[in-house]
Structures are given as C-alpha cells and as structure tokens.
Write a protein of this length. Structure first.
Lengths: 570, 316
C-alpha cells in the first residue's frame, strides 16, 4: 500500500475578482523509500500540493475536493489540532531556504532535542543521543561541537543538512522537500541530493521532491509527476517520462533544458499554452550601424583587475580589513564573440562584470575598450562615449525595472540621457524597439508589474539595445526564469549576437547554459581565474582539477529525450 | 500570469473606473473606520476652507461683537439681547461655533504646512544620506539622533523663542504663525529622514538603480527620478500620522501661550482661553474646541493607520 495517496485534489484560492484554482484534480502516490519528483514551472501548483499535504495552505486557500491519505487514514479535512499532531511527526518538510527555516536564537541541539521530545517523548539524555546520531548521519563533521553552535555558524549546505536532520528526527513516514537545493551551489546541491536519496532508501521514507529543475529530477527521483497550470499532465517512472515524454507540454519542457553535452543552434520553439512571441531581430538589424568585427582584434583587454571590499570599518587605515573579491584577473574579449565567466556564488564573477560596466571603481589593474582606457571613471568624455557602447542585462527581472516608471519611459531613458534623438523620434524609436522584442508597441503605456518575468526580461533587452551598443554584459540573465522562458531569452541573445554583431560577456553559474551560449569561457574560483578555454574544449578536456570537479557535479541529463533538437556541428 | 491577462481584458476602462476597481480603493470601501474617518476629515477641512461663508459671525470683527452677549450658554437665548448661539459665546460675546471654524483654519494650515516642510527637509536629507553614505550620512544621521534626544515640544519652544527674539516687535503677531510652522517642522523632520534613509538603502541596491547608473545618469536624477518614487508610500503614511501630531503640537504650543496669537486664535488658543472658565460653569467655551481638536486628530490618525495597513502588502 502506498504511504501517501493524493486523489483528485483540487485547491482553490477565492479572491475578490475570481476563483483561482491552484491545483486542479491532481492525483499522485508515494511508496516507501521512493523519491517522487513534482516538477513544473512557477505557478504550476506544485508547492500548493506540498502545502495541502502539510495542512499549511495559506488563507484563503482551501481544499475544494479530493482526498489526501497517509497510510490509509484520511488526513485532508481533519481538524487543526489533529493535523498539528501529524505534522512534524508523520510528515515533515524541508524548505528552500535553510537560513529562514531554522530559529537563529537556539542552538542546533536545542532545536533538535525540543522537536524529539515534543513528538517522541523520552528523557533528555535519550533525545540528546538521538540528536547527536542524526547530526552525524547527515554528514556534519565533528557533531559534538557543531551541536552546540547556532545556525548562523553553519554554511548554507551544512545548514540544509541540519534541516534534514530536523526533518528526520521524529522518524516521519513522508518528507516533503520544497526546492531543497535551489538556494545552494552546484557542488553542495549534489551532496544534499545524494544524502536525501540515501536516507530515503535507508529509512524507507517516502519523499516528495518539489523542484523546477529537470536536472535534479533526472538525477534524483524514481518517479515523476509533471504539472502545468494546476493539472497533472504526465506521470510515470523518471526514465520513462524523461526519455519518452508523451505529453506535448512535457516534450516542450524537456526540449528547453540546456544540455551540457550538446550544443544547440537554437532551442526548439515548441509553444505550449500560446506563450510564444515573435522577436524581430532582422528588423532591428536593418537599422543597426554596421560593425566590422575583426575576430583577430581584441575588443576588451583586461589586465590584473583587482577589487577589494571593506570588511571592517575603522577610522585609521590599519584598523580596516578588506576582502579581496577579485584578485589579479586578466583576460581578453575578442570582437564579436560571447565570452563566458562561470563560477560558484562568491567567486567574484559578478564583481568583474560590474567593474567592466563601470558600476564599481577598480582597485587595481586596467580595462581597455577598443584601445581606450575606460577603468578611469574620472575621465568624463571617455566615460560618456563608453557608456553608449556598453549595456547590461541583469539577473532579476523583478528588480531591474523601476516599478514606478512606465515601460516607455524606462526604454527611453538611455536615449534621452545620451541625447541621441529628440521629441517624437524618441517615441517612435521606443515603440519600434518594444515591437521588435515581441511586446507590441502598446506595452509602453503599462507599468513593469503588469508583465511576467520573461516579458520583463524582454523590456530589459529593449532598454539595453536603445543606444545601439556594441557590447552587452549579461549577468545571469536567465537564472530567475522558468526553463521554457530561459530557452526563449537565450535564443534572443543568440540572435542578437549573430545578426547585430554584438560582443557579449556572459556571466553564469549554470554550466549547460554556458555551453549553449559561449565561444570561450573563464572559470573563476575565489576571485581568481583558474582556467580560460574554448567552450567545447573546456567541456571535453578540462585542464584544471577545479574545472573537472565542476563538470563532474553538473547534472548529466543523458537520459533526457533529444527529440527535435537541432544540434550544432562543432 | 492571470494578472496580466486581466489587465488586458480591462484595458478600455477609464482612469476613474480603474482607480475605483483597484485593490487600494477596495480596501478603503471595505474599512468602515477609514470611510468614517475620511468623512470627518473632509467635513472639517471643508468647514475650515469655507469658514467665512459658513460662520454666522466674524468673531474677529469688533464691529459685530456685543459684550452683552458674553457667556451665553449653547442653544439658549441670551438674557439681555435674546440672541441664540448654537454653541454659546465666550466672555467677549464671540460665537463659539464661528471661533472654532476660524480656529480650525489656523490649526489645519499650520499643521499641514509644518508637515509639508518637515517632509521636504526629511526626504531630501534622508535620500542624500542613503545615496552618498560615508561621512555625509554619518553627519546627517547623528544630527537627527541628537535632535531625537530632546522632546519635540522643547525643540519647537526653543526655536519659537529664538525667532521671537530676532523678529522686530511690530511684525511679531504676523510672523507668529510662520515661526510656528518652522518650529514644528524642524522638530518633526527626523522621522521622515530616518524612514526615507532606511527605504532608500534597500532601493539603492536594486538592479534598476544600477541600470540607471550604467546608462550614465548622475546622482541627483537617480535619487529623485528613480529612488524617490519608490520610497514614497511609507512617507505618505508618516505624513498622515504626523499631521495629527503636528496639529496637536500646534495646539500644545498655543495652549502654552507660545503659539498662535490671540488675534489669530487656533484651536489650541481657544482651549487655553476656555480652560479659565471651566470651573466657573461656562464649560462650553472649552468643551467644543476641545472636541473638534479631538475629532480631527483622531480621524487623521485612524486614516493614517488604515493607510499603513493598505500600503503594506504583508498585512493584506
């Protein structure tokens, strides 16, 4: 018999305008020792299922129909007191952000012992022993000292291990893990997923793993349920769903996943739910100033770049301590190429991008653009000319557009600032740009909040292209987007590069994305470049140990269906 | 996603209809406290603006005053002149209802102007402190901290005292109202500066600000075009609550005799005059101005509370 059965579950959120159905007649079941993946894009209702099982639906959400059964007993619709008994004891949960799911005011021991004693009773000594065993089991070294530390003394990955120990401490039957590794680096992600896999086997716990990441699904889960707009579209063993997807939506989703082993010409545009929008790069190219991209020419020469951040303030210079974010970094960017920088969080890759963009002053070294020294921010004339030629696309489409400015004002700002046009010409140009990025010229009269994440990123692109720059910095441009939207945006960036002859600096932590986008890649670690190579060489023959390690930890995705992918010759 | 679909459907609506349909207006309509409070505020503000038209007497025109009318209780005819006054008269025979209307005018004018001035000073200094940081920030915020250690009313009295010392005596009465405004504003700017600085520090690190810097925009366009509009909602809330406090501060100063002169009495001045008669039986001289002040301050405060909740997405 299944551990957890969800039958025909419908969850509704009545709002004052309409009834929003977050989950629509979804069914799934979890067996002991099985990891059941729940995958879908944002808004698909996957987290709502998790919340419904936990009895943690936020008001005014309610279960409209269907049943949730735990080991044969119905748990949907039972009163709050009974649910509270179950929660934490029979079902527990692992959240996305380990920083907020632990109480910062209590030591790890106190939190574990309290939970164990509340649910299992027993003496404090027993609870203590159990806590120590668990901490040891989840792979935290030196459990005796670590137990008496506070959550802030742990790193992100270690903290997530503590959360897992906390979830396990009452011997639950089912664990719901909601995006457990999204906030973590790739190397840590792999370890945490392995741990969850091992523990599920060892203790015969059923795990529901909620994620948007196909790589996590492919590597970790036994069975998978694919959701779209509240409905279950496909369900089956992971190998079967990933390898031979039956439903059109699953196929479009899998096709949009960037592969580390294949370089695609463009992502196939299988539109599902009518979300495809035209991006008229050819129209744009017609009015674009001709650039002569001589591949032998270096557009950027970056030499010995260094950036230090103040860590401890002090009145006297010798009282201050600094943290070196970028340490003696040198590389060249050739005209017309896409140059990638990869690294884990904190490796300094974004700092490099911001120094090149002139957002941070450099503390040492030089940046030369087209023969001009541009790292001296004091030289106004050079800076003005330079700023017309470079633009940036930011990571978070929700914070990169001023929420109080109308879209046409946002796109017009660079044109107005550089006085490239005047009067009605500006309006025509803005309408044209918005039309070309596929938003329609009517979009200018709206505010950013009226658009989805992908559409906002298109607005960012329109703004970046307004001054007809030669160089575009993309700082994790798709890491906040759903995979199908990511495919669209990556296609647009490739089009831009090809048709407009743009040179790009592409910053990312996501190796498969880098594989699709970049001609050459620099791998950064702790502020330094450890390796610079042609992309295909890096993926086939990494020279340094660190690059090999990064590649090894990357989800393999070999089992994913490759139907309809246009692979590029290399 | 459902949001965007809906706005597309609702596109042809007029601006007013859109406003009526917004979440903000909806939350207003469904809060009886907010509706009643704003009704009271609107009535009082209109009464103040149109005081010369509404008031049955001009209490400050000596020609219309009749000392025989002094101490007439509300609603009963005067023993000598047989005239009736809705809310009675004071010792000079002035109609209390009319003095309240004119007093309300002064109180609201002083309160609103003081808050506006405090808002401008506080917002500008707060933005500068947040955007530039370093010693500029330290200087501005330390001044603010030091000022906060003195009670606001003390600061206002100090400024009022200094101003009185340096203005020539013949202008003193005319200047009194403006000195009052400056005194209250200078004692009130700190909270605006603090809130704006806090909010601006968050906004400053958002990517849209970096995007503007990347374009090459200067510090002041970024501060006022980009950051300011995004920190205005907390400012709006504080401004509303400050308005109630400023009106009370003005009344307190006037009550203490350092505020509005007797020739231009505010509600506070009226209360000061009235309290002398409280125990001799003429309660109405104190009671009605005090009630008006209470109603005004309470209504504005409740409105501010509602505004804070309505603009806070977490509480919705």
């Amino acid at each position: 018999m299944s551990l957890l059965t969800i039958q025909d579950l419908t969850v509704e959120f009545p709002t004052r305008r309409q009834l929003f159905t977050a989950v629509d007649h979804a069914s799934l079941s979890v067996e002991p020792g099985e990891i059941h993946g729940l995958v879908g894009e944002s808004g698909a209702g996957k987290s709502t299922i998790g919340a419904a099982v936990m009895g943690l639906l936020e008001r005014p959400g309610r279960i409209a129909s269907g049943q949730i059964k735990l080991g044969g007993d119905q748990i949907s619709g039972i009163d709050a007191e009974a649910m509270r008994e179950l929660r934490g004891k029979k079902i527990s949960m692992i959240f996305q952000d380990p920083l907020t799911s632990l109480n910062p005011l209590f030591t790890v021991r106190e939190q574990l012992v309290e939970t164990i004693q509340t649910h299992l009773g027993g003496s404090e000594a027993e609870a203590n022993k159990r806590a120590r065993d668990l901490i040891d089991r989840v792979g935290i070294p030196d459990p005796d000292t670590r137990l008496d530390q506070y959550p802030h003394q742990f790193s992100g990955g270690m903290r997530q291990r503590v959360v897992i120990a906390l979830a396990l401490c009452t011997e639950p039957d089912v664990i719901i893990a909601d995006e457990p590794t999204t906030a973590l680096d790739v190397s840590v992600q792999a370890q945490i997923l392995d741990l969850i896999k091992e523990l599920a086997q060892e203790r015969q716990v059923g795990v529901i793993l909620i994620t948007h990441d196909m790589g996590v699904i492919a590597d970790t889960t036994d069975r998978v349920t694919v959701m779209y707009a509240g409905k279950v579209v496909e369900s089956g063993t992971t190998a079967q769903v990933m390898g031979q997807p039956q439903h059109e939506y699953t196929r479009s989703l899998i096709a949009a996943v960037p592969r580390p082993t294949l370089k695609l010409h463009r992502f196939p545009q299988i539109s599902y739910g009518g979300r495809e929008t035209r991006f008229a790069v050819e129209d744009m190219a017609r009015h674009w100033p001709k650039v002569n991209n001589d591949a032998s020419k270096q557009l950027f020469e970056i030499r010995n770049l260094t950036k230090k951040f103040l860590q401890k303030r002090g009145l006297l210079p010798w009282d201050r301590t600094y943290f070196t974010a970028v340490d003696d970094v040198s590389f060249d960017i050739r005209a017309g190429e896409v140059f990638g920088v990869v690294g884990e969080s904190g490796s300094g890759k974004s700092t490099v991008a911001r120094m090149i963009a002139g957002l941070y002053p450099v503390d040492g070294g030089s940046i030369t653009f087209d023969g001009q020294l541009v790292s001296d921010l004091g030289n106004r004339a050079v800076q003005d000319e330079y700023r017309k030629n470079i633009q940036m696309i930011f990571q978070d489409p929700y914070s990169s557009l001023n929420p109080r400015m109308r879209v046409d004002e946002i796109v017009a700002e660079p044109i107005r600032h550089h006085r490239l046009m005047a009067g009605s010409d500006i309006r025509r140009r803005v309408d044209e740009l918005l039309d070309q990025v596929g938003l329609g010229s009517g979009a200018g009269l709206k505010y950013p909040h009226e658009f989805s994440g992908g559409q906002r990123q298109r607005i960012s692109i329109a703004r970046a292209l307004a001054t007809q720059p030669r160089f575009l910095i993309c700082d994790e441009p798709t890491s906040a987007l759903d995979v199908s939207i990511q495919a669209q945006i990556l296609n647009i960036l490739k089009d831009l590069q090809e048709h407009l002859g743009l040179t790009m600096l592409f910053i990312s932590h996501d190796l498969p994305v880098v594989r699709q986008m970049c001609d050459r890649v620099a791998v950064m670690k702790q502020g330094q470049i450890v390796e610079t190579q042609d992309t295909s060489d890096l993926f086939l023959r990494p020279k340094t140990e660190y690059a090999q390690e990064l590649l090894r930890l990357m989800p393999k995705l070999d089992d994913l269906s490759t139907d309809g992918l246009g692979v590029e010759e290399e | 996603m459902s949001d965007t679909m809906e706005t597309q459907k609702a596109a042809p609506k007029t601006r007013m209809a859109k406003l009526w349909d917004s979440d903000f207006a909806w939350s207003f309509r469904h809060s009886p406290v907010a509706v009643i409070a704003s009704l009271i505020v609107v009535i009082l503000v209109l009464a103040a603006i149109f005081a010369p038209l509404i008031a049955p007497y001009n209490p400050f025109d000596p020609a219309t005053l009749n000392l025989m009318n002094g101490f007439t209780p509300p609603g009963t005819p005067n023993a000598f002149t047989q005239e009736t006054f809705l809310l009675g008269t004071d010792d000079q025979g002035r109609d209390v209802f009319s003095t309240i209307l004119y007093g309300l005018r002064i109180s609201l004018f002083v309160g609103a102007s003081a808050v506006l001035l405090a808002l401008i000073i506080g917002v500008v200094l707060g933005l500068i402190a947040a955007y530039f940081g370093g010693w500029v920030e330290t200087l501005i915020m330390r001044i603010a901290d030091v000022q906060l250690t003195f009670p606001a009313i003390l600061v206002a009295m100090l400024i009022f005292g200094i101003a009185k010392g340096i203005t020539p005596p013949e202008y003193r009465n005319e200047m009194a109202i403006y000195v009052l405004i400056i005194a209250i504003a200078l004692s009130d700017w700190v909270q605006f500066a603090r809130v704006v600085r806090g909010a601006a520090l968050v906004e400053k690190n958002k990517e849209y600000v970096q995007a503007a810097r990347l374009i090459g925009r200067g510090s002041f366009p970024i501060m006022f075009r980009h950051i300011l509009p995004n920190v205005l909602s907390p400012v709006l809330v504080i401004a509303t609550i400050s308005l109630a406090l400023a009106i009370i501060a003005e009344a307190t100063l006037s009550f203490l005799g350092v505020g509005a002169p007797p020739t231009q009495p505010s509600l506070g001045t009226l209360i000061r005059i009235g309290q002398g008669f409280l125990f001799s039986g003429e309660w109405w001289i104190l009671f009605f101005p005090a009630c008006t002040l209470l109603a005004l301050a309470l209504a504005v405060n409740l409105l501010g509370d509602w505004l804070r909740d309505a603009l806070n997405p977490k509480l919705r």
